[in-house]
Ligand binder design. Structure first.
Ligand code: ADP
Ligand code: MG
Length: 481
């Protein structure tokens, strides 16, 4: 990035998280994604005169979960506010949101940054309803409106301006996506828009004490595009300042195809939202009991699991992070570890063969059961079979049948103990076939042992146990002196 020594970037993110409730924030309409346009639209969503909204308790509970996961202060007395603006996909003419009393105040999200910082401070998390969707690209001179999404519950999470690079913003969003998935409050899908992010970006001279003018960038549909938009915008703003001009406070749209941002509206053109308390909804209170109940039913957060994995199973911080990337994998790891004490081997198998299979296929399910993995690991650890044989033959066999046992797999594959060739005989064969190499070994080229082991493995189709083979080879080579 140009000018990094002279300027620094300041970034604050606003993340919209679509809640996985079955019905909307103030109406019983379904929130299902991908339905035919304008089918989930009752008179409340359509804002007919005389309608009255009714608050969805589940949405409040989910917002509180997010707040608890981020160590926010939970507000006990909340009102909703009307944010007034006119837009075709907003039939009421206002959005019901929380302005002065957000459900969660402050808090922080754990993110390990290069500069040693370990948290991103939050300003607030509030509840609000989503707008409908305007569709401009289906007809050359008409626009369409789909109101299925209007009224779907969102929480908006707002960070303090404490992020300083695209990498940091991406790490933060990755953590947020992981948290909402762990909490089961949002599917975290940025492509479908259930997780959306607006980035507020400014640049300032390194030694200045006042923040620069910020630009808000919208329209990024992946974490990577958020990163690209931020990098582009930092470069652009530094260019503007270096050229002697001023950055204009405005909203810009990111164009993923061209990798750049373009102006949408300036601050001067922005609406005055004329917030005022929503008169159709009574204030709501969060009681001690309810808060306690929500806290007691909270799923673990990735941070809690990472710490537990490192401590209980003596995993490295790196392993603990990889194993908690996806909740399904973390749950699987814990299930396997409840059935065996070979924690490190279980972790290696998940991080190696299992993850690589999961990365190959589009449906990211774990290919074998915890019982199968435990049996396989124990078979290897107790010397029954080698890792490479287990990986190349037994694992693929188990993947085809979740009910198959390791014993059955070995039998079907012709790898049972009784079918194994006598390794000692093979060891001698290999040594007799390579007199030159044997001499070299005895003259000090001890590295040749690997080649001998390899030969024995080849001749036994991988059924020989490498440890045992090694011992037998050393033994035989010693006697041949
Ligand atoms: P607005 O009233 O324009 O929406 P807010 O104060 O609500 O502004 O902040 C919105 C977001 O912009 C927050 O995430 C905040 O951290 C971020 N932000 C505020 N000032 C700056 C700045 N100078 N540079 C970058 N981000 C900023
Ligand atoms: Mg804002």
């Amino acid at each position: 990035m140009s000018g990094t020594t002279e300027y620094k970037a300041v970034i604050g993110l606003e993340v919209h998280i679509q809640l996985l409730t079955e019905s909307k924030l103030f109406a019983a309409d379904s929130t299902a994604y991908g339905q035919p346009p304008n089918t989930n639209v009752s008179v409340i969503t359509l804002a007919h005169p005389g309608i009255l909204p009714k608050l969805n308790k589940k949405a409040v509970e989910y917002a509180i979960r997010m707040g608890l996961a981020c160590d926010s202060r939970i507000s006990r007395y909340c009102i909703f506010d009307r944010k007034n603006y006119f837009y075709p996909d907003l039939p009421k003419g206002f959005q019901t949101t929380q302005d002065r009393t957000p459900i969660c105040i402050g808090g922080e999200v754990p993110v390990a940054f290069k500069d040693g910082k370990t948290v991103v401070k939050l300003n607030r998390i509030h509840l609000e309803e989503d707008a409908g969707k305007s569709i401009h690209d289906e007809h050359s001179d008409e626009s369409f409106i789909d109101l299925n999404r209007a009224g779907v519950p969102l929480v908006e999470l707002v960070t303090e301006p404490v992020i300083h690079s695209a990498e940091e913003a991406m790490a933060f969003l990755t953590e947020i996506r992981q948290i909402v998935r762990y909490l089961e409050i949002c599917d975290g899908n940025m492509e479908q828009g259930s997780l959306r992010c607006d980035a507020n970006i400014s640049v300032m001279k390194i030694n200045d004490s006042e923040l620069g003018k910020k630009v808000e960038v919208k329209n990024m549909n992946s974490i990577r595009n958020v990163g690209k938009a931020i990098n582009h915008e930092i470069e652009r703003q530094i260019g503007v300042l270096k050229g002697g001009a001023e950055v204009i406070s405005e909203t810009r749209l990111f164009d993923a195809d061209r990798g750049l941002t373009s102006g949408m509206r300036t601050k001067e053109e922005l609406n005055d939202y004329r917030y005022f308390p929503e008169p159709d909804l009574s204030p709501f209170e969060v009681s001690d009991e309810w808060l306690k109940e929500i806290a007691s039913k909270m799923p673990s957060t990735p941070k809690v699991l990472r710490e537990r994995f490192a401590e209980e199973y003596s995993l490295s911080a790196y392993d603990a992070r990889v194993l908690t990337d996806e909740k399904e994998v973390a749950v699987f790891f814990e299930e396997a570890c409840s059935k065996t004490t070979y924690y490190k081997a279980i972790s290696n198998w998940i991080m190696g063969p299992i993850k690589s299979i999961m990365n190959e296929v589009t449906r990211k399910t774990i290919p074998i059961t915890a019982d199968q993995l435990v049996a396989l690991v124990e078979k290897i650890e107790t010397g029954g079979i080698s890792f490479s044989l287990a990986n190349k033959q037994v694992f693929p066999y188990l993947m085809k049948d979740r009910n198959a046992t390791v014993e059955e797999a070995l039998k079907s594959l012709g790898l049972t103990e009784s079918n194994k060739e006598d390794i000692s005989a093979v060891v001698l064969d290999v040594l007799n076939a390579n007199p030159e190499k044997v001499k070299a070994f005895q003259n000090g080229k001890k590295g040749l042992i690997g080649m001998f082991v390899g030969e024995v493995m080849k001749k036994t189709n991988g059924t020989a146990d490498p440890k045992k083979t090694n011992d037998l080879l050393q033994d035989a080579l010693g006697k041949m002196k």
